[in-house]
Design a protein around this ligand. Structure first.
Ligand SMILES: *[C@@H]1O[C@H](CO)[C@@H](O)[C@H](O)[C@H]1NC(C)=O
Ligand SMILES: *[C@@H]1O[C@H](CO)[C@@H](O)[C@H](O)[C@H]1NC(C)=O
Ligand SMILES: *[C@@H]1O[C@H](CO)[C@@H](O)[C@H](O)[C@H]1NC(C)=O
Ligand SMILES: *[C@@H]1O[C@H](CO)[C@@H](O)[C@H](O)[C@H]1NC(C)=O
Length: 371
């Protein structure tokens, strides 16, 4: 059995009501960590100790799939608890309240039930699909925080050793000191979230959503993370070619990757040309390094969380193909692009590897009935 992340809204609400009915009158806080384009990495060589720790302490879903491998529709689906085909939103260009229906979102539900709700970084997809406000004021108690340096997300800030110029590269390890503002967007979001958790001065429970931007392309991260992923340890992708038996419509020519300066220089033939082997390894190394960077951000954030009264949910909007089937992209319906990490860690819920939310609740009921 597989389970779609859009059931998240229902699971979280049921879980919260359930915990309340058992434990005490006080409501738990909720921390929702949402990562951009982080595929399900458990079967890879890379070690993500902080995410693994969270998974070890909570319920770790081994078979969770996003509804669609594209940011806005996947996020709209998760946050409204509706499938893209119910919302009829498959792209970035419509806001559900104006074009489909005035649906309640996950944070809005909590906001209307005694919680203060906050958004930091990329939670709703910004822009038209959330009315240029991240659905404020409906979903959030305060205007969402966006890290100021996110405006340089596609800027020519990647130093290229071959051309000796700053370029718009795909593979973009950086010296943070030489970046605009001497920081990176996710570092700013982390700092903002830590300030929030450290200085919170209200007795009302909160839902804090923190959306990290990496490992989404360009794969930009502090360069020292490359040392954690030695290139000679990086394995090539399995199934590196598109099978002749699958229809072309299941594929995508990864145009957003091809147009980055470092990749454009390779003159890969369009649309079916393959990524050269050495670049396949280089991209995989950088994606893992960026995932490792995000893992450290998660660890740092978690060190400020009072886990005795916080439900932590960790997931990603969808995955990303690292060369499988000749794809370097989200967009497709292959597992690499759709399968995501999904972890619920809640006080009083025993840790478990599990496949469906029903199993999770059932195990809790059994435990409490026995006591
Ligand atoms: C949409 O829902 C919000 C929150 O429940 C409500 O305040 C608003 O009036 C609704 N808008 C419309 C057009 O029904
Ligand atoms: C979306 O934004 C537009 C422009 O600011 C505004 O007129 C409209 O009422 C907003 N939609 C909702 C549902 O708030
Ligand atoms: C927290 O609230 C108390 C009492 O209202 C106040 O004295 C204190 O300055 C507040 N602290 C912060 C950091 O806002
Ligand atoms: C790519 O094409 C350009 C222009 O034709 C050429 O100058 C360059 O050497 C080519 N690069 C590679 C890696 O083949």
């Amino acid at each position: 059995m597989s389970f779609s992340v859009f059931s998240l809204i229902k699971s979280l609400i049921i879980l919260q009501m359930y915990l309340q009915s058992f434990s005490s009158a006080t409501k738990n806080n909720i921390l929702f960590i949402f990562v951009d384009d982080l595929r399900h990495l458990s079967d890879e060589t890379i070690n993500l100790p902080n995410i693994k720790k969270l998974a070890g302490e909570g319920v770790n879903f081994k078979n969770a799939f996003a509804q669609q491998a594209l940011c806005a529709p996947s996020r709209n689906s998760i946050l409204t608890g509706r499938r893209p085909d119910s919302l009829r939103l498959y792209d970035f260009y419509n806001y559900w309240r104006d074009s489909v229906g005035n649906f309640t979102t996950l944070p809005q539900f909590f906001k209307e039930n005694g919680y203060e709700t906050y958004s930091i970084g990329k939670v709703f997809h910004p822009g038209r699909s959330s009315n240029f406000t991240d659905d404020y004021p409906y979903s959030w108690s305060e205007y969402p925080f966006h890290p100021p340096t996110e405006k340089y997300k596609d800027a020519a800030v990647c130093y290229d050793k071959e051309t000796k110029k700053f370029q718009k590269n795909l593979v973009c390890p950086v010296n943070v000191k030489y970046q605009p503002g001497q920081t990176l967007p996710d570092l700013e979001s982390l700092e903002h979230a830590i300030n929030f958790l450290s200085n919170r001065n209200s007795s009302q429970p909160f839902l804090l959503a923190v959306g990290f931007y990496k490992p989404h392309i360009p794969i930009k991260f502090p360069e020292h993370y490359l040392e954690k992923i030695p290139i000679n340890k990086v394995k090539p992708q399995r199934h590196p070619y598109m099978s002749a038996e699958i229809p072309l419509v299941s594929w995508h020519p990864w145009t957003d990757v091809r147009r980055r300066d470092d990749i454009a220089r390779l003159n890969i033939s369009f649309p079916l040309g393959l990524m050269p082997y050495d670049w396949s390894i280089k991209i995989r190394q950088s994606y893992y390094a960026a995932a490792s960077y995000v893992d450290d951000l998660v660890g740092e954030l978690m060190s400020y969380v009072d886990t005795r009264k916080t439900i932590v949910v960790f997931t990603s909007d969808h995955g990303w193909s690292l060369g499988e089937n000749g794809l370097w992209a989200k967009y497709s319906n292959f597992d690499a692009a759709l399968k995501v990490p999904l972890i619920f860690s809640a006080p009083g819920i025993p840790s478990k590897n599990i496949h469906t939310p029903v199993e999770m609740l059932r195990s809790h009921v059994d435990k409490n009935n026995m006591n």
